[in-house]
Design a protein around this ligand. Structure first.
Ligand code: PLP
Length: 379
């Protein structure tokens, strides 16, 4: 099946429960049974094995051609649980040097307390990676498109490097979504999502997901069972409903983002536009080769500096000033004040996240209305 057909039909039970066309919510914490199976197989909502979970897992696995999937209570829950599944005290991680703020914070602030070591590398360019490898390096962690600078890692080289050094390769595929990139097809071991974003798409829940081999997902599930970050059945239902329109939403967002990026790159109030679909983007060729679409996220740096960026946020009226991304509404935020506020000023400067940077998540509104709003705010 094509991905659009899978979005609608994959994971749906045969026969349907009571003939229900929309998958019902099994809002039950526990299920009747005699036990006698292992602890992790008791049917209990925290163990992510209700019928509501099972159907959603099967659908998400199908989208990225994984053997299995697991939903979690947030994207951060998927990320932290996955990292703590593949790493044990004494292990070392290599990670891309610019990551979603929460992930960066977790690695840089919590790892040492847990006896874990890490090094940040520039995964856009395979040089200097070998020098960072240690005998205890166990995993490599990247994002499909980095947040908020929209860099594209050399994904083929990351997968190759992971194989050469026997590392588990993990990727946060939130920004690309399975419509634009399916990392397991390239050879990544584990694809992670903040399902809060594109997968759900309606800005009305917080959830995460992990997709990979049956064996690896089961290991992550067992950790999640202990940490307790399972997704409530009602949120599973909403996510299952939201994901069905992923293809329609993301393709529209791909098209609109490119139109908006082309408009902004010509605007004299804008110093630079970071969007992988533009020929001026440093990894445009790579993005074109790896991705089916360039995504709905772009960042701009205003010529007038931090103050101009603050004013732009104030004056835009259609675009909503809010963190998060991937929903049907266009959202704008200043990473220095929001997603990356947890970094020190020095860390932000080193990463290229300036005060003048504005991150834009393009929604599904008419692109001409988005452009008109940005034009008037920039004026
Ligand atoms: N990964 C990326 C790329 C994100 O942008 C975010 C949140 O903004 C997360 C992970 C964390 O997801 P959540 O907020 O669902 O925990």
């Amino acid at each position: 099946m094509n991905i659009d057909t899978k979005l609608v039909h994959a994971g749906e039970p045969v026969p349907r429960y009571g003939g229900a066309v929309a998958f019902p919510i099994f809002q039950s914490s526990t299920f009747e049974g005699q036990g006698g199976v292992g602890y992790h197989d008791i049917q209990y909502a925290r163990l992510s094995n209700t019928p509501t979970h099972d159907a959603l897992h099967a659908k998400l696995a199908a989208l990225e051609n994984g053997e299995a999937a697991l939903v979690t209570s947030s994207g951060m829950s998927a990320i932290t649980t996955a990292l703590l599944t593949v790493l044990s005290a004494g292990d070392h991680l290599l990670a891309h040097n610019i990551l979603y703020g929460g992930t960066f914070d977790f690695i840089s602030k919590d790892f040492s307390r847990l006896g874990l070591a890490y090094d940040f590398i520039d995964t856009t360019n395979r040089s200097g990676w070998e020098e960072k490898i240690r005998p205890n390096t166990k995993a490599i962690y990247v994002e499909s498109l980095t947040n908020p600078l929209l860099d594209v890692a050399d994904h083929r080289a990351v997968v190759q490097f992971a194989r050469e050094h026997n590392l588990v390769s993990l990727i946060d595929n939130t920004f690309a979504s399975p419509i634009n990139f399916r990392p397991l097809e390239l050879g990544y071991d584990l694809s992670l999502h903040s399902a809060t974003k594109y997968l759900n798409g309606h800005t009305d829940l917080v959830a995460g997901a992990a997709i990979g081999s049956r064996d690896l997902i089961e290991r992550v599930r067992i950790k999640l069972n202990h940490f307790g970050g399972s997704l409530d059945p009602h949120a599973c239902f909403l996510l299952h409903r939201g994901v069905k329109t992923l293809g329609l939403r993301v393709r529209r967002q791909n098209e609109s983002a490119l139109q908006v990026a082309r408009f902004l790159e010509k605007h004299r109030a804008v110093r630079r536009v970071l969007y992988p679909g533009l020929e001026t983007h440093p990894q445009h060729g790579r993005a074109k080769e790896l991705f089916s679409g360039f995504g709905g996220m772009l960042s701009i740096e205003l010529a007038g500096g931090g103050n101009a960026a603050v004013q732009f946020l104030e004056r835009a009226s259609l675009a909503i000033k809010a963190p998060s991304l991937g929903g049907v509404e266009t959202l704008i935020s200043r990473p220095a004040a929001m997603s990356h506020a947890g970094l020190t000023e020095e860390e932000r400067a080193k990463s290229g996240i300036s005060e003048a940077l504005v991150r834009i998540s393009i929604g599904i509104e008419d692109p001409q209305d988005i452009i008109a709003d940005f034009d008037s705010a920039l004026r």
